[in-house]
Design a protein around this ligand. Structure first.
Ligand SMILES: [Zn+2]
Ligand SMILES: [Zn+2]
Length: 351
């Protein structure tokens, strides 16, 4: 039997259900879930909408048509069964699942950017049943990654929060010693970025977060400094100390976080926007041009980027963000804790 915890109605407690175990076909692989991270986007799906700002909303789960839906896209598990055409996947292997699966035939998918699929998206735990379950069916063995000796709970967070952080930092690229990197928002993804920043950009970041506990966690993960963006004169002080930051990554995505990050840029600076809090911004195109700024959106990451990130983590252990383990049956309580904003780091469910 497959036991799953599903969104049956938006905003209501998840419902436990038992289903027959799927039998993998073709190159499909059935994975027995060991760990599944609880992501902020699960919160949006559970609540039923993504806020696009300005009163615009997207209703989750294809307007609710996909309910009941098993969420969960940060999955580490063991191969339980394989389809007849699977070659490399073998029962007993511990694997991380790449969840950002696309249609495979639209232009972004053909470019290897399935996470930006413009066709029928099949992202696991978003559009198809995911890891808040005893088992998950993965459509092709190519989406499985060998995590070696990595801690399975930490490795699970690499599938979304780690990958999102890694892809955003890769867009920043290498920074020189006289460059300042600013990270705004030290939630699960932001903290993963703090942990990865040195390895990917060469520089430890300055972190801005409203919550003192998150600033402390950021310092423990190697931040150069951690500041309260609402403190009197915070932006001025940062501009004075750094001469303006060369790159900023906004992991919040509110009007205020964008304003702080964009306002902190030096001439030639680059802002990468990641957070989905529904903010909106008006920028002066003249100043944008005269200061030679760049502004880039970054959504999760590609299969190739997740492979790079796992290779990086296996080569040289990265600082681990704080992880709270909870039993799978407490998925609803975990979502509630995330909603309350009291989670430092990541909650990872244990199946
Ligand atoms: Zn996620
Ligand atoms: Zn596609």
């Amino acid at each position: 039997m497959l036991r799953c915890y599903q969104v049956a109605e938006f905003g209501k407690p998840l419902v436990a259900a038992d289903r027959p175990l799927p039998v993998p076909q073709g190159r499909e692989v059935l994975v027995q879930v060991e760990r599944c991270g609880v992501c902020h986007s699960d919160l949006h799906i559970w609540e039923g909408y993504f806020d696009l700002g300005g009163g615009k909303r997207v209703v989750a789960a294809n307007n609710g048509a996909l309910l009941p839906l098993t969420m969960g896209h940060e999955i580490v598990g063991t191969v339980a069964a394989t389809g007849p055409e699977a070659i490399s996947a073998k029962p007993g292997q511990r694997r991380l699942v790449f969840p950002w699966i696309g249609c495979g035939s639209c232009p972004p998918c053909r470019d290897g950017a399935e996470h930006l699929c413009a066709g029928a998206q099949k992202a696991i735990g978003i559009f198809t049943d995911g890891g808040y379950a005893s088992h998950v069916l993965v459509p092709d063995e190519k989406y499985l990654l060998d995590i070696g000796d990595l801690d399975p709970a930490l490795a699970a967070t690499y599938a979304c929060s780690g990958l999102t952080a890694y892809s955003a930092l890769k867009k920043v690229g290498p920074l020189a010693d006289h460059h300042t990197l600013l990270i705004v928002g030290a939630g699960g993804v932001g903290l993963n970025a703090v942990a990865l920043a040195k390895a990917v950009t060469g520089q430890a970041p300055v972190v801005a977060d409203l919550d003192p506990a998150k600033r402390t966690a950021a310092m423990q993960l190697g931040a150069r400094d951690a500041i309260d963006p609402r403190a009197e004169g915070a932006l001025k002080t940062l501009l004075k100390a750094s001469g303006g930051v060369m790159a900023a990554v906004d992991f919040a995505g509110s009007d205020a976080s964008f304003g702080f990050a964009y306002g902190a840029l030096r001439k030639g600076g680059h802002l990468v926007s990641v957070g989905l809090l529904g903010g909106q911004a008006t920028i002066s195109l003249g100043l944008h041009v005269l200061k030679g700024l760049r502004f880039t959106g970054s959504y999760v990451g590609s299969l190739a980027e997740l492979q790079e990130l796992i290779a990086l983590a296996r080569r040289s252990p990265l600082p681990a963000l704080p992880i709270t383990a909870r039993p799978l049956a407490e998925a609803t309580e975990s979502l509630a804790a995330l909603k309350a904003g009291t989670v430092v780091g990541r909650i990872v469910l244990e199946a």
